[in-house]
Design a protein around this ligand. Structure first.
Ligand code: ADP
Ligand code: ZN
Ligand code: ZN
Length: 725
């Protein structure tokens, strides 16, 4: 009797349409919208989300829901709305969007149950009289605790010979008690804010509804203090705060400042297990966690009552997911803050041009911290012309002299390089052959210890050839400078000086990185050489010199975002210099010191640079002035990828002619080979889609529908691509 069936709509985590009709068995209760359901799909079973219970048009042969997993919504209406919006905006199937939004344990059907915290393992003596009179060991524990005069951890007591079963016995007798140390007394006091900090804090705290603030604060200006003091009244009102950071592991000090000010925080990062992540998610939902600090995916956390969202280093590329559902967590915070009607604070020393554009258009309010806090001054910039100079391990005589001078004055030196390994390539002196990856359009990087050639793109590794593979003669020359080579050169140039190399090869784990950072923070003179890991957010009070070994590559790249990215990187790494009492210097080596982009950055600072760059983007009709999307395709057969995009183009071209008007038009560029035209044996092509308005872009993309594809072809839509080339 199909007419009596109750039909509901279920989003399943599968590509293609992803929303399907199912019916409920007679006796089954109607699930809540947002509840998880087990449903048959194809030959298997999947867990989907009920997205609608008001479906009127029964299919003749719907399948039955097998099980309803939640009494209430697993995903709150607000997040379901966000997912629906994302599905439209990123042109991605709703079921798969939901699979990204939910923590994976929830997706796999875990029961939603907050596990009680284990009691803290700190033992307090509360009633020495409570022991059994003849129990010698009990007496010994009490005497020990009386003797130490303060609560002891279970670890410390165990090493004193008192094991936990013994302690638990005393707990039952009411002699000792397990509880956390009283931390409130030790919470850090807020710093008296500077005038600029005061103004920024006031504006954010006065705003009780949706509003976006862009806090542009030079490096070391005390943005974190603005975050902390903007949060305080929100927390005092019993509301929660979400703080997004680019990478948890890279900024232990910043995290410690949140903990020290407010006590506990919840954290979401990649090192959590699925169950830990689910617990944090549930506690935020229940309101048990007041401050959540997390990376990109934390933007999808449900909250009981969110009062403020903060995005630190809002320009950072790690907020953009580069595979699957290619969302921007920064952009999604805007949507979420709007849906929840709460203020959003975006902070950076080097804001994205997107955010500047929004300030220009009156959408965001601009807050500035133009000076460093605590009396520190901004570093001065100097360039070294590399033309005609003989270099030692990449270092000019001038730079060597400057480094020596800073070390002599007990300063720390930070040397920045954008390449790990020993040398970016190996060159044959006789015929000019270079070591290239057989599977990628990329050179192989020479590494030492152990000596090998590595492709940084597909990770293939090769033994070093004895002779040139092309001409069979000897004399292979390592060309260019990587961090290993710089480290080697610095060790020779500055014998006896402590050297730290910080890149992905030396610091594989967070612990290794933290150990190195802690040693550096002790402030003894040293040289640290590293990649952009060194540029991010660290507070190195003793660094007086930052040296950029070569600034040229970034400004020469054809990607229209390259100047913005390069300027951000230089300013961020330069911002590690002179953050305390002693002023800092930044020295930049370049073969084109007169490059107008570099000159503008030095003369006008990041703000001037960014505004000029924004003007030229607007003039050229590029993002953020005009929206962009990119279709990417890759296949072992180049023609397959290219033909696919060609077909998409024809289709989109046709669609856009129908919906374009005189004022609003669409432009299709490509297909062209991607900048890295081959990666891991696959040929890669791209098609750029530009439109004069965002609604038009979305209407055109929607016309793409489900293009015919092939099992060996991978393709994706990227709305607001970050790597536009
Ligand atoms: P940013 O995040 O803007 O780079 P930080 O928040 O790390 O800057 O602050 C840089 C330094 O200035 C820190 O050591 C911080 O404790 C200090 N600082 C911040 N605000 C103040 C203030 N109002 N008074 C004194 N010192 C401050
Ligand atoms: Zn050769
Ligand atoms: Zn490769």
């Amino acid at each position: 009797m199909p007419e009596t069936k109750r039909i509901i709509q279920v989003a399943v985590p599968r590509p293609l349409h992803s929303v399907y009709d199912y019916h409920l068995e007679q006796e089954a209760p109607t699930p809540a919208v947002g509840a998880r359901l087990r449903v048959p799909f194809g030959r298997s079973e999947v867990i989907g989300i009920c997205v609608s219970t008001a479906v009127q048009t029964p299919h003749a042969n719907t399948k039955a829901v097998l099980e309803v997993l939640d009494d209430d919504a697993a995903i709150a209406e607000e997040l379901l709305d966000l997912a629906q919006w994302m599905s439209g905006y990123y042109h991605y199937p709703l079921g798969e969007v939901l699979a990204t939004v939910l923590p994976s344990a929830a997706r796999k059907g875990s029961v939603f149950e907050i596990k009680p915290e284990p009691p803290p393992d700190v033992w307090h003596l509360i009633n020495a009289e409570g022991i059994s009179p003849r129990a010698k060991t009990q007496k010994a524990v009490v005497e020990h605790l009386q003797h130490t005069g303060q609560p002891q951890s279970g670890e410390a007591l165990a090493s004193a010979g008192f094991n936990r079963p013994m302690l638990r016995k005393l707990e039952d007798l009411g002699v000792v008690e397990r509880k956390a140390l009283e931390t409130d007394a030790t919470l850090a006091e807020p710093l008296p804010p500077t005038e600029e900090q005061r103004q920024a804090i006031d504006q954010v705290t006065d705003s009780k509804r949706f509003e976006v603030f862009l806090l542009e604060g030079v490096t070391g200006s005390g943005k974190t203090e603005v975050y902390l003091q903007s949060m305080a009244p929100v927390l005092a009102a019993g509301k929660q705060v979400l703080v997004l950071v680019p990478e948890i592991a890279l900024t232990p000090q910043t995290l410690a400042r949140f903990e020290n000010r407010f006590g506990g925080t919840g954290m979401i990062h990649s090192a959590l297990t699925d169950q830990q992540r689910l617990q944090t998610w549930l506690k935020c939902r229940a309101g048990d966690i007041r401050i959540l600090i997390g990376t990109r995916s934390a933007v999808f956390t449900p909250f009981k009552e969110l009062g403020l969202i903060i995005v630190d280093e809002e320009h950072d590329s790690s907020y953009k997911q580069q595979e699957g559902l290619r969302y921007s967590a920064r952009d999604l915070t805007v949507k979420r803050a709007q849906n929840l009607n709460v203020p959003l604070l975006l902070g950076s020393a080097t804001p994205s041009l997107e955010s500047f554009y929004n300030v220009q258009r009156g959408r965001y309010r601009h807050l500035t911290l133009s000076e460093r806090a605590g009396g520190a001054v901004m570093p001065t910039y100097h360039t070294v012309d590399l033309r005609g100079q003989s270099l030692r391990g990449g270092f000019s005589d001038t730079l060597i002299r400057v480094i020596r001078a800073h070390l002599a004055k007990e300063g720390q030196v930070l040397v920045y390089l954008n390449r790990r390994g020993f040398a970016p390539t190996l060159l044959c002196k006789s015929c000019g052959w270079q070591s290239v990856c057989p599977d990628c359009d990329a050179k192989l990087t020479l590494h030492r210890q152990p000596e090998q050639l590595i492709c940084h793109h597909c990770n293939l590794r090769f033994a070093l050839p004895d002779v040139c593979e092309n001409c069979g003669e000897g004399d292979l020359l390592p060309l260019g400078i990587g961090t290993q080579r710089a480290e080697e050169a610095l060790a020779e140039l500055f014998p006896g000086v402590t050297l730290y190399r910080i890149d992905r090869d030396t610091t594989r784990t967070n612990r290794q990185l933290n150990e190195q950072l802690e040693r550096i923070q002790q402030g003894k003179p040293c040289i640290m050489v590293g990649t952009q890991m060194l540029a991010k957010g660290h507070h190195f009070p003793a660094v007086t010199l930052v040296a950029v070994v070569n600034a040229d590559a970034g400004f020469l790249s054809p990607d229209f975002r390259a100047p913005e990215r390069t300027a951000q990187l230089i300013v961020q790494v330069a911002g590690r210099a002179g953050r305390a009492q002693r002023p800092g210097e930044v020295w930049i080596q370049s073969y084109q010191p007169q490059n107008p982009l570099l000159q503008r950055l030095i003369d006008q600072g990041y703000t001037g640079f960014a505004h000029a760059e924004l003007t030229s983007r607007i003039d050229a009709g590029l993002p953020p002035a005009q929206p962009m999307a990119m279709l990417r395709a890759e296949a072992f057969e180049p023609v397959m990828a290219r033909d696919f995009l060609q077909q998409c183009k024809a289709h989109l071209d046709h669609a856009s002619q129908e919906i374009s008007t005189q004022e609003a038009s669409v432009e299709l560029l490509g297909p062209i080979p991607a900048p890295m035209a081959r990666l891991a044996k696959r040929a890669r092509f791209q098609l750029i889609i530009m439109a004069t308005t965002r609604p038009l872009l979305h209407r055109v993309l929607a016309k793409l529908g489900q293009p015919k594809t092939h099992a060996n072809l991978r393709w994706s839509i990227d709305v607001d691509p970050y790597d536009a080339m």
